[in-house]
Write a protein that binds this ligand. Structure first.
Ligand code: FE2
Length: 215
């Protein structure tokens, strides 16, 4: 695979990610309780439509079609937003749950655009790199806005905790049970590797000590 093909692959991945977001952002804006978050998501939807257009422009510069790859990473990140929107919470604590999921979406895009810019720059595709940088700046700004809105939401969530009655424990849904079982499997699968690295740290420790004595 040539570097140019890698770039096209990355751009198709981003194109799918942006299209998925065009679909998901209106529901996210509608679901958020805080006006500040609603506004951030609504404004970012307008920007996201622009990102789709910018990618189409890039593909026409490359003489390629933009479709051909589904971004499963963004699908997963959007699934986490959907889970946050289904949470049985109210007011600021509901929005507090949404903040992490929204930040993940933005940072996933930031990572994708940063990599694509690096590849385009290496290929001396200055015009394409320039267009991608405009989108990257908007993604970074959106991530910053979510985090600054989060500060007041979290303070409010903490203040609201005092007046809320302790909620009754509800039985777990099938989805929650599945997620819990998978998290235990994740832990189990990592155990051997964690034990290996702990052994390595023990083996390395005396060597480090003796080298620091020499100083
Ligand atoms: Fe975007």
């Amino acid at each position: 695979m040539s570097l140019r093909e890698v770039l096209i692959d990355e751009l198709r991945d981003l194109y799918s990610a942006e299209n998925q977001l065009v679909k998901a952002l209106p529901k996210t804006a509608k679901g958020a309780e805080s006006e500040a978050l609603k506004q951030i998501f609504t404004e970012h939807l307008a920007e996201t439509k622009g990102h789709v257009e910018r990618l189409r422009q890039i593909f026409s510069l490359l003489g390629k079609k933009p479709t051909g790859k589904h971004c499963s990473g963004m699908e997963g990140a959007i699934d986490e937003v959907k889970e946050a929107l289904e949470e049985d919470a109210e007011g600021a604590s509901f929005d507090a749950g949404l903040v992490g999921a929204a930040a993940r979406v933005e940072h996933y895009e930031i990572a994708g655009y940063s990599a694509a810019i690096l590849i385009a720059t290496t290929l001396r595709e200055t015009e394409i790199a320039g267009l991608l940088k405009q989108t990257l700046a908007e993604e970074q700004n959106a991530a910053k806005l979510v985090m600054s809105a989060a500060k007041s939401i979290l303070k409010q969530a903490l203040a609201e905790e005092g007046d809320e009655p302790v909620p009754e424990k509800k039985p777990k849904s099938a989805k929650e049970k599945k997620s819990e079982a998978e998290s235990v499997k994740d832990e189990h699968d990592a155990e051997e590797k964690l034990a290996e690295s702990a052994e390595e740290t023990v083996k390395e420790a005396p060597a480090k000590k003796s080298s620091s004595k020499k100083k």
